[in-house]
Structures are given as C-alpha cells and as structure tokens.
Design a protein around this ligand. Sequence first.
Ligand SMILES: Nc1ncnc2c1ncn2[C@@H]1O[C@H](COP(=O)(O)OP(=O)(O)OP(=O)(O)O)[C@@H](O)[C@H]1O
Length: 887
Amino acid sequence: FKANATGINWASETYGQWHTVFTGLLNWSSILLLPRENKYICYQAYLTMSMASNLATYANRNDPTFFALAFVALSVLNVASIYVVNKIPERYWNADLYARNALEKRVKLLELALKGSNLKIEKMEKQCSDWKKAYYDCLKSKILVSCVQKLYMYRVKPDEDSIDSAVLVELGFALGLVFRKTTPREGTLFFFEVICVQFNQFQVESPKVSKRVRHHAPFAVKAVATSKGEAELEHLRFDVKTASDKVRELQATGAPKNDLDRAAFELKVLKKKLEDTELALTPKDALFERAKMEDLLKRRFFYDQSFAIYGGVTGLYDFGPMGCALKANMIDVWRKHFILEEGMLEVECSALTPENVLKASGHVERFIDWMVKDVKTGDCFRADHLIKNHAEALLKDKTTTPALKAELEDILIKLDGYDNNDMDAVIKKYGFKSPITKNDVSESVSFNLMFPSQIGDAKALLRPETTQGIFINFKRLFEINYSKLPFAAAQIGFGFRNEISPRQGLNRLHEFTMCDIEHFVDPTDKSHPKFGKIANLELLLCSARDQIDGQPAKHVKVADAVASKIIDNETLAYYMARTNLFLISVGVDPARLRFRQHMGNEMAHYAKDCWDAEIMTSYGWIKCVGHANRICYDLQQHAKAANVKLVAAKPLVQPKRITHIVPVPSMVVIGKAFEADGKLIKTLLEKLEPSEVTALAEGLKAGGYELSAANGKSFKLTPNMVSVKEKHKTLYVEEVIPSVIESSFGVGRVIYAVLEHSFRQREGGECYFKLKPVVAPYKTAILPTSGNEKLKPIITAVRDELSALHLSYRVDESGSSISQRYARTDELGIPFAITIDFESLNAPHTVILRDLASMQQIRPQLFEVAATILALCSGVSTWADVTAKFP
Ligand SMILES: Nc1ncnc2c1ncn2[C@@H]1O[C@H](COP(=O)(O)OP(=O)(O)OP(=O)(O)O)[C@@H](O)[C@H]1O
C-alpha cells in the first residue's frame, strides 16, 4: 500500500494524470499479486517502485522511447521480483527467532546429555541440526539485507570521508551476482535490490573513481568481506565443534577404531577448511606489495641471497650493512629485555657438536624427514607432503570416483603413522609425480635435517638448535647461580638445518640466528617471582581446546589463563608475556600477533605444553618464537649418556630421616677367594645403587650373588663374603632434576615480520620503512643542503655530538635534491634526519630535525639535537613532547 501510494503521489506530481493512472495500475496489480500480508514483500514492492521512479526520471530527461521501454521492463521486473519473494519461506526473515530456537535446543540437548538420556538426545540432535540449518540460512539473508542497508546509507549521505558510494554499489552488485550463483533465493533478491540502488545512483551523478577512492577501496573490501566472512566462519566453527563433540563422544563410548579414525579425519579436514577460510578472510593490507618490499630490501642491501654472483643458494642469505645494523639492534634489545632484565646467565657454546651428544638428545634418531627426489631434475620433496598434496587435489577433483576417494581418505588418516615403505607403496600405486615437472620420483630416503661433519676422525654434526649447549653446561651454571633454583641461561648463536625445501626468504633458512632461553625450575613449583608484573597483560591466545572446537583466538589475561590452566604454569606464561612485550617493542603489530598452543599430536617428543608466538605476514601465520615446557627430558638424557649427575639439590622444609641398606664386605674372605681382584670388588660394592643393594641382599639370601664389573669379569659372592646392614641418616636436601621452560626465538623470522609490518607506500609510489627507532639501522641522517665549505664545521660539530652519545648516523652529501635525500633516508628506515642549511651558520647555531613518522620538522639548537634524538630513540620522549619543547 505504501509503495502504491508513494508511486501515485510521485507520478501525479511529476508527470500528470496519465502517468498517475499507469503507475497506479501497475502497482495495484503488484499488490494484488501478493498472496498474503508480509512486511518484507511490501518492502520489496517499495524498492521496485523506487526503481520505477528513478527509471522514469532518468528516461524522461533523456529519451522518450527509453522511457516507455523502461516501464515495460519495470512491469516485468515487478512481477518477477514478487514471484521470487513469494518463493521464499517466511522463516528466512526471522533469523533472530531461529538463532534463539537453535540455541534453546542446544541448551536442552546439553541438559539431556548431563542426565544421560540417550534416546531423547538422538531425536533432539535431528531437530537441532534442522534449526541450525535454518539459522544459518537466516543469518546469510540477514547479512545480505544489512549490506543493502549499508549501500543505502552511503547513497543517502556520501560524506567526505565515507567510501565512494559508487564503489560500494559496484561491490554490492558483484556480491549479488556471486550470491545469486551460490544461494539462488537470497542472491536473486539481493540482485534486485542492488539494481534499485544502482539506478538511484545514476540519477545522482556519474561517478569517477578518484585517487581518494582508490585509497579507501581496501576498507570497502574489508567491510563487505567481514560481514560475509563472519557467516561463513560461524558456519564452519559450528561444524568443527559438532565434529569434535562427535570424536569426544566416540572416545568416551569406546567406539571401534575405524569409526574413531574416520571421525578424527573429518574433524581434521573441517579444521583445515576453517583455518584456510580464516586465513583467506583475514583482511590483508591491500597496500602491501611484497615484491616492492623485497625489491627495496635488495636495492638497499638489507639482505640478499648468498653467493648471488654465482647464481645464489636457496636457504642462505647474506646481511648487508642495513640488515646487519638492524639485526644487531634487534639482538641488543633482546639481550637487554631478557638477559639483563631477568638476570640470565649467558653462554656461547660451539656449533660443531659430537654425534653422541645429539644422539643423547634424540636428534640423530628423530630429527629426520622422508624425502623423494625428482628422478630427472633432482628436486627434493618431503614424501608425506607429496602424498598429502596429491591426495587432497584428487579429493577435490569432481571426476574422482567415490571408491578412490574413500581410499585416499583412508591414506590421509593413516599418513602420520606411515613409514618409508608405506609411503613408497602409495606413491607407486597412485603414480604420484613431481609437482613441478610431473616427472617420476625416487623411492623415499631418510633425510636427517642436521648437517654432518667431522672432528678429526670422529663423527660430528652442526647443531640444529643452540639449547643443547646450555644443558651440557648445566652443572657449572647451577653452581654459578649459588646452586639455587630457579635460574635461566641464554644463548645467542647460529642453528643449522638442512631443510628439504628452504623458502620464504628469511623464514626458512639453512643457517639462522637463534636466541634461546632455558629456565630451570623446581619441578614441583613452577611459580615465577615476577609473575605479578605481567599478570594483567592480555594475550591473544589460540588454545588447543579452541582449535579443536573451531573457536577463534581470544584475548585472555595472563593471570586468568594460568588460573584456568589454559597455560600450564606461571613461568611458561611469564615468558609468553615477556615475548609479547619484546615483539611489540621491536615493531611487530600487536593486532597481528597471537600465541597458538600445540595440539597433542604436534608436540615435540620432549615437551609437555607448547605455545608458539605466531605473527601474521603475507605468508600467513609464521611461528617466530617457540615456548615449551620441556620438563626434565634433556637433563635426564645427557646425565644418562655422559654418566654425570645433572641434578639440583633442593633444601627440604622438614629434614627427612631415612633408612637404607649398605653392603658390608668381609675383605679377609674376599681376599682369600679372589686375591688381586679384592680391591675391585670392594669398589664395585661401594658404587651399587640402592636397587642393586636390594638385589644383592635377596641374592645372598638365596645362596649367592653374581657381581659384574665393566671389564667383563664377574664374581660370585657368597654370604660369608658380604652381608648387608641397615643404616639411618637425616637428609637436609633432596636431589631433583629441574624442569625446563624454554623460549626459542628465530631472529630472522622476527626481522622479516617487523620489516613487513613497517613497510609503507606513499601515494606517489615511494616506499619506506617506518621502523621503531630502537631497531632502525641508523638513528639519524645528516643532510647538508649544500656542498659549500662553510657548512663543513657545522657538519663536524653535529657528528661529534652524535658520536658522543653513541648514536649511529649516515651523512648524505650527494648532490641530489633534499627531497630525494629525504626519500632515500626514509627507504632505509632512518627515523630522524638532521638538515643543515645556511641558517645553521647564524649564532646560536640551529639545525632542522625531521621526524619520518609524522614528516614534521622542528629547529632545535645544534647542541640539543643529539640528546633529543637519544631521548626519542630510547623512548624517554615522544615526538609530541619534542614538538611541545621546540614549537
Ligand atoms: N629453517 C628455519 N629458518 C629460520 N628460522 C627457523 C627455522 N627453523 C626454525 N626457525 C626459528 O627457530 C625457532 C625455534 O626453532 P624450533 O625448533 O622451535 O622451530 P620448528 O618447530 O622446527 O619450526 P618450523 O616448524 O617452522 O620448522 C622457531 O621459532 C623459528 O623462529
């Protein structure tokens, strides 16, 4: 009715009575076609009406023939839209109601589950899944409607800062088309609505896509992507949750292994889909162009592939002057933040490691991958990756038969447990080839990721991590710490890994700098004395539980995470929080930093709870720092292999009185029986472990005990040669093998993330790094405006001032214009520039200080400039403080 009335009023005002009659008839016929009262249908009719008016206005102004045609087109559209609307069940417009119903059903289900009423649960599950489907359908349509509303909003009020409405209309139009393909009903509706908006838009003014629009476009993309994406993600999360509930249920009811494997596989596939979708929907900074950044890094020699003039070697990189300075600054901040502030003991151990050490640590046996080679080119691939990629591609392929799909799914389920023979059989059976050349691949060969070497004749390896050096030196470090727990030791140095496919620049190298911390703590008390300092800090946590349930990462207070046991203990949480602070202080964007907990199946053999600090880059989430509760695995292993006690003596709160048995040899009888070996027998008896003394006592009771020596000799001892007696002693300390909390930083990965997060592009296309002054390769540049000799003493004076405060600088005296030199300074990420001009010659001598971040300039006196820069770099002052001081 409203539509009709509006139509009639408008038409009579504008075009006189014939048009009034015509429009009136048209609309009445529309309304008559409606089978029932429905507010959405009226709304739809109203939109169609509004389109009619716009068409008419547009046509009338330009071309009478088009005017007539437009009305014919309108009537067709009108009828078509009403037809479509009628096809849509009413429930599609009641998302809230359906969401509530779905929720209520889930609550009831939970109640039933708690009561253990299985039959009802089954019935309810069915209802619940119907409601769930309805809810998601509704949600989608709600989102579409909200998109349309947004489009209208922008159309009605296109203010200066809003996104150009024409761009939005285009986007909406495209979205309509996309949805039309995937969900015909909502899509078609949306399509009609957008057509209306578009005609309205044309009526206003033909839009031009300006530079400003280009600048804002990414935000428009984000806005639309987010609303659409949320529905998609929510759908996937729900599915993951349902699948993980199913796995848990099967586990609880002791279901057959095959059913459990299948459910676990389904969960895995859904989780992967969710992760991929999350990644795809994460708003990427459209202004970031990796190729441009990489070009700048090469051009200004931050770093480049090693041996470049020989064609380069993948996985090896040389740092140039900028990269060296950046890395040195980064490590300097790390050293201050961790080693100095936490009072850690630093060591520097050799990288070349005897094989038996890495055998003891488990690296020789376990640090391997199975690899296959392209038989013609020699390209190497991890066998499991090759199988997984091929199988997944075949599963997606519509032509793959259901039988083959079932086989491939089975393979994917079991792949983690396959040995080389199983993998070779799969590769052969399905004819999997090299993904690059499609050539055949060789049989898989075991590939240890450590680089083998030699020390003289003895086998040695290059260390794959720096941590082992700390464990080896535990005894001395413990003594240096006055034989007290807890304490932490750190090491900065190279790790070497023969990665099968090194890639992504600094992210996967053969040789890379690591900063490792091993914090030794009493296994029964993992509290941290400074926990209170970080307890209220919020971290973005992606717990194992949330990952299984398909939940997104959450901001959680460190204290709450420990209290609720999301993070295993205070010390582990303390290091995670300190890592968070460090990464932000060197320039990682806090919004792109999260901590992800390892799932049970990805945890290293030695670890109990692991959390990776992951940073979002254009390569996706990259693990930059590993945090692990390594318990006492390493110390135990090295103690066993080297036959040295690696323990800590812990004072007992209450002294403990213990009784133990000791052997008492009768040396006269032993001497007579074994002559010269008597002394050796005495020593062996003294060294017996408590369990061996118990065995001796039992053996003697039975008539005799066989005592073995390391040289292969053995001696049969009889009760007349040795007896056992009880001894009592009071213990004031007890020996414990400390637990170890580890934080392992990959410096290259952190540098890469910081560079990506700091990379900026100006509208004119100039690229630069907005680095934090604390890590910037140089703190300032000195730029004289002229090569005139008169300026030289001022330049020297500024250099002396800077050197006195140990501030790094570059002098750019090239003949380029000052703006070109500013641009060059910005490219190097130099945060401040000092310009010396002829005015600087006047007393009192002044210079221009420019801030890269704000591009603002001040004019302090020459003797103040170095102190000002130092204050800015160390964080004592902000640029706002400085501009207030030197207005
Ligand atoms: N090949 C590599 N190149 C550069 N940095 C690396 C490499 N491997 C590991 N790192 C860095 O060293 C840190 C500690 O190594 P760790 O053994 O915990 O990593 P990882 O689990 O092997 O990593 P990934 O699974 O990515 O190979 C990592 O957090 C990462 O920052």
